[in-house]
Ligand binder design. Structure first.
Ligand code: WT7
Length: 635
């Protein structure tokens, strides 16, 4: 690949060029892709509205770049290797040729069911190759996919389907995850009670658990494939897409009660995901690359599917969980497939670290060359454990900072090129112009200081809008600091100019690398019949990074507090999903509020963290007795 950075000098040159002449810089990278028509203008933008357009006038199809163009020299190379949840089930390999066939066939299934360019399709599937096939088939015909993580509840799915007005759902009867089966179709059935826009549900057979199949609406994936085969609809010409046509929607949480649909478009996202994949991981031909994320999150979109496939890589997809059947599963997979690049999350590292080295010791990890981390700050202990026991101190660790909204990695070492430092995402990638800003919005120029992390210039992978509500996009990201994109993260820039992300500065909690809005959890808790009011904060959790701590006021004392806690937990599970269940629920008589009625979360956070001696300024408290009560009954 001609845009591969091979040395620190390459990086510095690329970075300076990307700042002095961003358009020429990105045009030269975009030249390596397949276009049906090239752009008239590389970049047109303003952060006021905001309006961001990359490669305007260009025509392309991302699947042509991710599949067709590799058929010339990589037709028989594995595109996707799939490892099942159960280690005894045979793994599957899809070569680029086979992936092409399967994507075309399923794209024809979609068309045969009336799906057109611009239609929205909700995908709620287990981590099987058909999930990647469904995603790519949507992209092939220009339908906009909205993948919803398998851990979300029926209510959450319904909210997302309604927000995007999806006309179709693609799901499976169920999914295998560790020792559990998840009843995906049942959850979809519950969701669809609220969703008249959905006309068709395509159901893949995976667990073959009994499910309801409604005539006229629900169709088996396998039957639909047979239908198009019989009709001779084998090949599927890729839809010609404009650079700025929408590629997908992915919902994510913020400070408000309602998740927002982050929208990414075709050309910029493709170029950015591919460029960052290639450079950060230094992928070499024939390398086996294993990203342990779920495709339900942005990491899976950009670094299991689009980035690797755009680069003609072999991407390994795993259905299960790191601890099933035991805590050695990742290492078994690395050993079995001779994985060269492993990309995982701090929460997984910490949990495997806790299981002890017995699960690592007999595994051959010598194929590994590069290790990656993503999703939350990685603590020094986990970084060192990963480095020493998995990388045997010879694999660079790339601690990659980015967000659903950024589309791809923004701050990260370039493997083997950038000198790493534990806990540091290190330096911005080419094209990424960072700024640290203080409380007053003043830009911080010096090093050795912390501030709020902003980005002052567009990059191709950035969010374009929040689906159906552009004003919300503006308010959330572009209003806090004028003419800058605000990330919501706090960040330290040290004396070497290295960046260390310190965590969210808004009301967002990061549980096991998953973003959860405190307001969302509060809304869910408040749905419970006996709850008057609640406040939710994050607190440090040994494995999950952060845990959810809820302070709850009940309308009468509970006879059985443990049972009430379980009821509340179940309510949250129903409303959002099991991932949002609070770790701790403390019943309180009141919440610390200012005279104007604002909850003083800072105090609640301090108490949850166990730092009761340093509550800070409490002079604006309406009723100090409330705080005493909370302190005395802390869990
Ligand atoms: C938030 C974004 C990026 C894909 C997965 C999460 C936190 C992400 C790091 C990192 C410290 C990180 C930030 C960010 N985060 N990566 N390497 N070091 N923090 O995507 O759900 O959109 O969450 O995750 O707080 O804002 P997401």
């Amino acid at each position: 690949m001609n845009f591969q950075i091979k040395s620190l000098k390459d990086y510095q040159d690329a970075y300076s060029k990307s700042v002095s002449d961003p358009e020429a810089f990105w045009a030269a990278i975009a030249d390596h892709f397949q276009w049906k028509r090239k752009w008239d203008q590389v970049l047109k933008w303003n952060f006021k509205e905001p309006k961001i357009e990359w490669f305007k006038g260009a025509k392309l199809n991302i699947t042509e770049n991710c599949i067709d163009r590799h058929l010339v020299d990589k037709a028989d190379q594995p595109a996707i290797i799939w490892e099942a949840n159960d280690p005894h089930e045979h793994h599957r390999v899809l070569t680029y040729k086979q992936l092409h066939q399967k994507v075309c066939l399923f794209a024809n299934v979609l068309k045969n069911n009336g799906v057109k360019k611009g239609d929205r399709i909700c995908i709620y599937m287990p981590m099987v190759p058909e999930l990647a096939i469904a995603v790519l088939a949507c992209a092939r015909i220009g339908a906009i996919h909205s993948v919803v993580f398998g851990g979300f509840s029926a209510q959450s799915i319904a909210d997302r389907i309604k927000d995007a007005q999806c006309e179709m759902v693609i799901t499976a009867d169920g999914g295998f995850r560790g020792a559990k089966d998840t009843p995906l179709k049942n959850v979809i059935d519950d969701a669809l009670v609220q969703c008249p826009s959905v006309k068709t549900v395509i159901v893949l057979t995976r667990t073959r658990t009994p499910i309801s199949m409604i005539k006229g609406r629900d169709k088996w994936w396998e039957d639909e494939i047979k239908k198009v085969e019989t009709l001779g609809l084998i090949d599927c010409e890729p839809e010609v897409m404009d650079a700025e046509d929408e590629l997908f929607i992915l919902y994510t949480s913020g400070s408000t009660g309602k998740p927002k649909g982050v929208v990414h478009t075709c050309a910029g996202y493709m170029v950015y995901a591919a460029y960052t994949f290639q450079n950060v991981f230094q992928y070499q031909p024939k390398d086996i690359y294993f990203c342990t994320a779920d495709i339900g999150w942005i990491t899976g979109h950009s670094y299991i599917i689009y980035g690797p496939l755009a680069q003609g890589a072999t991407t390994l997809m795993f259905e299960g969980v790191p601890t099933y059947p035991d805590a050695g599963r990742f290492w078994d997979i690395v050993d079995k497939f001779k994985v060269n690049i492993l990309y995982t999350a701090p929460t997984a590292i910490r949990s495997l670290m806790q299981s002890g080295l017995d699960y690592v010791k007999d595994k051959d990890l010598s194929s590994l060359k590069v290790l990656g981390s993503v999703g939350e700050p990685i603590n020094e202990e986990a970084w060192n454990w990963y480095n020493e026991n998995i990388g045997k101190s010879k694999c660079p660790i790339v601690d990659t900072w980015w967000q659903t909204e950024t589309g791809g990695i923004m701050i990260s070492p370039i493997a083997g090129v950038t000198k790493t430092k534990p806990c540091y995402a290190t330096l911005p990638l080419p094209g990424v112009q960072l700024e640290l800003v203080d409380e007053k919005g003043e830009v911080i120029e010096e090093n050795g200081v912390s501030g709020n992390l902003c980005i002052k210039f567009p990059w191709p992978g950035m969010i374009r809008t929040t689906y159906g509500d552009h004003e919300r996009c503006r308010q959330t990201y572009f209003v806090t600091y004028e003419n800058k994109y605000f990330t919501g993260d706090g960040c330290l820039r040290d004396e070497d100019g290295y960046y260390r992300i310190t965590g969210r500065v808004d009301d967002v909690i990061n549980v096991s690398g998953h973003r959860i809005g405190t307001a969302e959890v509060e809304n869910a808790i408040n749905m419970f019949t006996d709850v008057v009011e609640s406040a939710v904060v994050g607190y440090p959790h040994e494995i999950k990074g952060q845990g959810i701590y809820a302070y709850v006021i009940l309308n009468h004392d509970s006879d059985d507090e443990e049972l009430t806690r379980k009821d509340i937990s179940m309510t949250v599970s129903r409303i959002i999903g099991a991932i949002a269940r609070p770790e701790k629920i403390q019943f309180v008589k009141g919440l610390p509020k200012t005279r104007s009625g604002k909850i003083m979360r800072r105090i609640l956070r301090k108490i949850a963290e166990g730092d009761v001696a340093n509550l800070g300024d409490t002079s604006t408290l309406l009723d100090p007795a409330v705080v005493e009560d909370i302190k005395n009954n802390k869990l």
